[in-house]
Design a protein around this ligand. Structure first.
Ligand code: AVJ
Length: 322
């Protein structure tokens, strides 16, 4: 653990360069090629993501924040008291603030976040705003088993908070695996509050991942800049472009980096050849219906006990229990 400016200690379980290089080589060797979207979130990537959330086309954050605010009294009633709140992919902590404020008696808060810079900034602000809540930040990839810190005071139960439809970045098989590990984390009396982006007009969804200002494109390309910096690959950032399309059948945004020309790239000590138009799949953002989400949750041995949607049914919050 390393102390922050305010003296708070962050448990550091960040992926090592060797893990990143191994994942990059195996994804680039696969056919079709892919890279894991979790590596978008270095310090700059997390900043670009915050900028995405302020683009007019990117509705999910705005709609979820308004929904969380509106539903908070009912959520507080449905959540057991004295919770240890554990958040997956906490980012800037904007939604956390609403949750910790709305729950009457949160005892401890454990954000699990892969970007150390984003995590440090968010816990420093939360420490000032919530002096009564014990902050136990962990810098880690939440898709790997993360040992949970033990709060110093007794807690009633664990509430996993997983907003943002980050679940949508996982294939259905991986989402079920993650929900199962969430079930382990929260224990038999635990609960989870999960945000999900709902299926809707494909034009609205596609616009959200192709903002006119090009911030999403910069976010996608930053993955290559990060790999160049951290694993010494030599991707030419001008040699690839961002493509995000909505598949109605699979109910997901499929995001690719597309090679603009024939080129060779060296990564992790191996050479990869790209033909013009050849793609690297870098992200999915699944959109859900009640039926599709309930099926995932049931596969993981959980059930939806409460549901809240915004007035247009664009985004939902679901309370899950074992
Ligand atoms: C991290 C799930 C909130 O998939 O909508 C936004 C990431 N990628 N634009 C999403 C993202 C491109 C985002 N979440």
């Amino acid at each position: 653990t390393r102390p922050t400016a305010t003296g708070l200690s962050i448990t550091d379980l960040r992926p090592a360069p060797a893990d990143i290089a191994g994942d990059a080589v195996s994804g680039l060797s696969a056919s079709p090629r892919w890279l894991p979207s979790k590596y978008f979130y270095d310090a700059h990537g997390s900043q670009l993501f915050e900028q995405i959330t302020r683009q007019p086309e990117y509705y999910p954050t705005r709609v979820e924040l308004a929904l969380l605010d509106a539903a908070m009294p009912q959520i507080a009633d449905a959540v057991a008291p004295h919770a240890h709140v554990v958040e997956y992919g906490s980012g800037s902590g904007r939604k956390t603030r609403l949750l910790l404020e709305g729950l009457e008696t949160p005892v401890a808060y454990t954000p699990i976040e892969i970007s150390r810079t984003a995590l440090r900034a968010s816990v420093e602000r939360l420490a000032e705003e919530f002096p009564q809540v014990e902050l136990l930040p962990v810098c880690a990839d939440f898709t790997r088993p993360v040992p949970l810190p033990e709060p110093s005071r007794e807690t009633g139960h664990t509430l996993v908070f997983f907003p943002g439809s980050t679940l949508g970045n996982f294939t259905d098989a991986d989402a079920v695996e993650l929900l199962r590990s969430m079930r382990e984390t929260m224990g038999p009396r635990g609960q989870a509050l999960v945000g999900i982006d709902l299926d809707k007009d494909p034009a609205l969804i596609e616009a959200a991942y192709n903002d006119a200002a090009g911030v999403t494109a910069a976010f996608t390309l930053n993955l290559l800049a990060r790999l160049n910096r951290e694993i010494g690959s030599d991707f030419d950032l001008d040699g690839f472009h961002h493509r995000a399309r909505y598949s109605r059948e699979r109910r997901r945004i499929e995001t690719f980096l597309v090679s603009k020309r024939a080129q060779d790239v060296v990564a992790g000590g191996r050479r990869f050849h790209f033909e013009p138009g050849e793609t690297i799949q870098v992200e999915y953002s699944h959109k859900y219906t009640d039926a599709s989400f309930d099926a995932l949750v049931a596969d993981a041995g959980l059930q939806v006990v409460r549901r809240w949607n915004d007035p247009r049914d664009w985004f939902g919050l679901r309370l899950l229990e074992p």
